[in-house]
Design a protein around this ligand. Structure first.
Ligand SMILES: *[C@@H]1O[C@H](CO)[C@@H](O)[C@H](O)[C@H]1NC(C)=O
Ligand SMILES: *[C@@H]1O[C@H](CO)[C@@H](O)[C@H](O)[C@H]1NC(C)=O
Length: 325
């Protein structure tokens, strides 16, 4: 299946007038590991709190779309396109009117791959706001009132690296279908080499760098990391570890980890596995209701605000626009 070259042009229509005088910007929320539980009520208190705060954020800061970074349905994904979990864990939870017209762009995590990912892709045709056109794809958008463009490459890191058992803290060992993994990686290389956008983001479920429970994903450090520096990628976004982190490497690439949609895990087990000085922010308080990252991209810079589900702003990272070459 190589529908990965599909181009999706976002038509940004901001539903709500935002604060007067705010510089034109493209805004989105990165939310990972948000997928509820397989038994009634099919959501957690943290997922509910995040949904409420997401609605508030859409009204106050504005959000043009949501990037769903995988583990959309715990613990074993969905069965088919008619699975009730689409309603119980997604539609009924993110039901605030402020979110009604906010599209979601979705990628799959390891738990989704324990079920039927084709059904999650098929759900695109049923839901008005769920967009999951293929396992991996490109999104492109423009900062309103400018010619400044943003490319987002949505990856499937599970078919790229293999599945892993969360509860054993395992690393993915190898892709089940090596040909599919190769096709995806060469698609990404070609796309990155050709990208002339002012901001280039790459998103996947597994982290490249993380100090937490699962730590860095060896397969991505080996295969993806070299591409980020080479092609001057602005940031890599991911989930998988159940907390919030911001890291930055020596070449300036930012690493936004947003995996606090449903669970919180304070572990810093892999802090020595991340190069000295990369970690800029970590939040994994077990008593917290979780959170997400709000990204605002203007002609000048990308600002990532880490927001706790209680509404508290925890941290803000800024990354510059790329120099077009
Ligand atoms: C996955 O879901 C699709 C869409 O509902 C369905 O056609 C297909 O049979 C499902 N696959 C399996 C293995 O259940
Ligand atoms: C965008 O590009 C077009 C075509 O080059 C140009 O006419 C227009 O002035 C540009 N707009 C802005 C806001 O820079």
């Amino acid at each position: 299946m190589d529908t990965g070259t599909l181009l999706l042009f976002l038509h940004i229509c901001v539903g709500l007038p935002l604060a007067q005088g705010a510089a034109p910007a493209l805004r989105f929320v990165a939310l990972g590991d948000w997928g509820g539980v397989p038994n009634a009520p099919f959501h957690t208190a943290r997922e509910m709190a995040n949904a409420k705060e997401l609605a508030r954020t859409a009204q106050t800061l504005g959000t043009d779309f949501v990037l769903a970074l995988g583990d959309n349905f715990y613990f074993t994904g969905v069965h088919d396109v008619d699975d009730k979990r689409f309603q119980e864990t997604f539609e009924d939870v993110f039901s605030d009117p402020a979110l009604r017209n906010v599209p979601w762009y979705v990628l799959a995590g390891n738990h989704d791959h324990l079920g039927n990912v084709s059904a999650q892709i098929a759900y695109t045709k049923i839901s008005k706001r769920w967009h999951f056109p293929s396992l991996y794809y490109r999104l492109r958008a423009r900062v309103p009132q400018t010619n400044v463009t943003v490319a987002i490459f949505m990856l499937d890191t599970v078919t790229l690296c293999g599945n892993s058992d969360d509860f054993l803290g395992q690393q993915p060992q190898r892709p089940r279908d090596p040909e599919l993994a190769r096709t995806q990686l060469s698609w990404l290389k070609k796309q990155l080499a050709e990208a002339r956008d002012d901001y280039v983001l790459v998103a996947g479920h597994y982290p490249i760098w993380s100090i937490a429970e699962h730590g860095p994903t060896h397969c991505l450090v080996k295969q993806l990391l070299p591409l980020l520096a080479k092609y001057k990628v602005t940031a890599y976004l991911c989930g998988h570890d159940h907390n919030l982190q911001f890291l930055q490497d020596d070449s300036g690439v930012g690493y936004i980890l947003s995996g606090a949609g449903n669970f919180m895990d304070p572990s810093k087990k892999h802090r020595r596995k991340v190069p000295e000085g990369f970690l800029r922010f970590h939040y994994g308080d077990e008593n917290s209701l979780g959170g997400f990252v709000h990204v605002e991209i203007s002609a000048k810079e990308l600002a990532a605000t880490y927001i706790e589900a209680s509404g508290k702003s925890l941290f803000k990272a800024r990354l510059p626009r790329r120099s077009r070459s």
